[in-house]
Ligand binder design. Structure first.
Ligand SMILES: [Zn+2]
Length: 149
């Protein structure tokens, strides 16, 4: 069971406790399957943020080396490329398409990283001060959430 935290405005936030590396069912840090511990949710959020940072780093690295290679190829074929239209060039056309694909990956994982960092900040704030986004909050059980209390 994930960790549920309800802020005073009635909003219930859900934080998973399972490790991203573990298979179904997700296993928490403490060894339980879905324990509902705040500490386990914090560990999971940390892992997620680190994982997203790693993926993003690899993508950016790949993108940089790729752009370097494309620029190299383009500079090598520069006279012929100038003779043809932009889209008629395999170098520039393919380069552009791949650039768009890589860029969407960066946007996507950048978004996931932002989400993971936000979850982690909220959980740490709750642990430290008992608030989420400065709103008084308390942890509720899954049964309470189901009943809408
Ligand atoms: Zn736990």
């Amino acid at each position: 069971m994930p960790v549920f935290i309800r802020t005073r405005d009635g909003l219930v936030r859900e934080y998973p406790v399972g490790s991203p590396a573990a298979k179904d069912p997700p296993r928490s840090k403490c060894g339980d399957t879905g324990c509902g511990h705040l500490d386990c949710a914090i560990e999971y959020a940390k892992e997620m943020a680190a994982l997203m940072r790693l993926i993003l780093g690899v993508i950016v690295l790949v993108a940089c080396s790729f752009i370097f290679i494309v620029l190299l190829v383009i500079s090598y074929h520069w006279p012929e490329i100038l003779d043809r239209a932009f889209w008629m060039n395999p170098e520039t056309g393919m380069g552009f398409v791949l650039f768009v694909i890589i860029f969407s990956f960066i946007l996507y994982y950048g978004y996931l990283l932002r989400q993971a960092k936000k979850s982690l900040e909220e959980l740490l704030e709750f642990q430290e001060r008992g608030t989420v986004n400065s709103l008084p909050a308390r942890q509720v059980s899954g049964r309470e959430v189901e009943k809408g209390q």
